[in-house]
Design a protein around this ligand. Structure first.
Ligand SMILES: *[C@@H]1O[C@H](CO)[C@@H](O)[C@H](O)[C@H]1NC(C)=O
Ligand SMILES: *[C@@H]1O[C@H](CO)[C@@H](O)[C@H](O)[C@H]1NC(C)=O
Length: 312
């Protein structure tokens, strides 16, 4: 289980109002969850939220803090573009053979928004933010008495001044961990949330990233070399590789062909869980269902025992 990246940043920057609103999207999940009045929907009663209950106190299921001003919470369509473009601009400026284009993900953003409304300046924890049936996530936080999304992303990126590529202990993770997440080649999906927390006058910005960065070889967030060299021909835009897909459930993306290599029982093209095809391994029962809540691999390896499959 890798340590979740991330540290926290305090910054006081010039005042620019941040006007939030609810997110509009184009799939059922979004329609159901992202209208403001439903944001505190319970995981017990909202069908699309039930899957999160397998993780104790999942961020998707927590109620907003009374500190959060829900009138201004959220991320506008214009801010979504600002967030995605600023990440992709920084990413395309690296000399990377394997840098993927990032795109917005409504479910990732839903969880980030819930955490922002919790008004805490700590991370929620990897088990509490991961998406059952999809992927784990990294997280960057930023807060200050004022701020915009572009400023938040710039603060993270500016850690490049302390970063040595492949420099091992020459790097201090606490000083470069936001930067390495921003330019983590394999982090393809991004979703962010914003809340203003009243009593301490704090603007809180949260971005979640899937798959997470800062795993193995955290000081090699990408492969140095000719931009897009590893990417399938015709998929390179602005030095970024765009396979237009993400591989779920531990599947890995082969960017030379833009296809997913899936774990057993998970099906192409994106390694979705098919409960008809995927059987629990023999070991599942002997370990016991309590492991579903404590060990990150269990829900993926034992979806029936862990109640990921919908018949349960
Ligand atoms: C929340 O923000 C709105 C818009 O800025 C403001 O009018 C309202 O007074 C705030 N509510 C609280 C309780 O601070
Ligand atoms: C799951 O697999 C079964 C058996 O191969 C197939 O009939 C079914 O259509 C699949 N379901 C989905 C949602 O792909």
């Amino acid at each position: 289980m890798l340590r979740q990246l991330v540290i926290i940043y305090f910054a006081v920057i010039s005042e620019i109002p941040v006007n939030g609103r609810s997110i509009d999207g184009d799939d059922d999940f979004v329609e159901e969850l992202h209208t403001r009045h439903k944001r505190s929907a319970s995981c017990n009663t909202t069908p699309s939220l039930k899957k999160y209950k397998i993780y104790v106190e999942h961020t998707a299921c927590i109620a907003p803090s009374s500190e959060a001003n829900l009138t201004t919470a959220g991320v506008s369509d214009a801010e979504i573009i600002e967030i995605v473009n600023s990440h992709n601009t920084y990413r395309s400026g690296t000399q990377a053979t394997d840098m993927m284009k990032m795109s917005w993900d409504a479910e990732v953003a839903y969880i980030a928004q819930k955490w922002a409304e919790n008004c805490e300046t700590v991370h929620d924890g990897g088990m509490k933010r991961r998406i059952p049936g999809r992927f784990r996530m990294g997280q960057n936080l930023f807060w200050g008495s004022h701020g915009t999304w572009s400023e938040a992303v710039k603060y993270w990126y500016d850690e490049i001044k302390d970063f040595t590529y492949d420099g091992g202990d020459a790097n201090d993770f606490l000083k470069v961990g936001h930067y390495t997440q921003v330019v983590w080649a394999k982090s393809i999906k991004i979703g962010c949330g914003y809340a203003y927390c009243k009593s301490n006058n704090r603007h809180l910005f949260v971005c979640n990233y899937g798959p997470p960065g800062n795993g193995n070889e955290r000081y090699k967030p990408y492969k140095q070399g000719t931009p897009c060299q590893d990417c399938q021909q015709g998929r390179c835009v602005n030095n970024l590789c765009d396979c237009d897909k993400i591989c779920l459930n531990g599947g890995t993306l082969d960017i030379s062909t833009c296809t997913c290599n899936c774990k057993t029982g998970y099906t192409a093209p994106d390694c979705s869980l098919n409960c008809t095809q995927k059987a629990d391994s023999g070991g599942c029962i002997s370990w016991g269902a309590s492991k579903c809540k404590t060990h990150g691999n269990f829900p993926m390896d034992c979806p029936h025992m862990c109640n990921i499959c919908p018949s349960k």
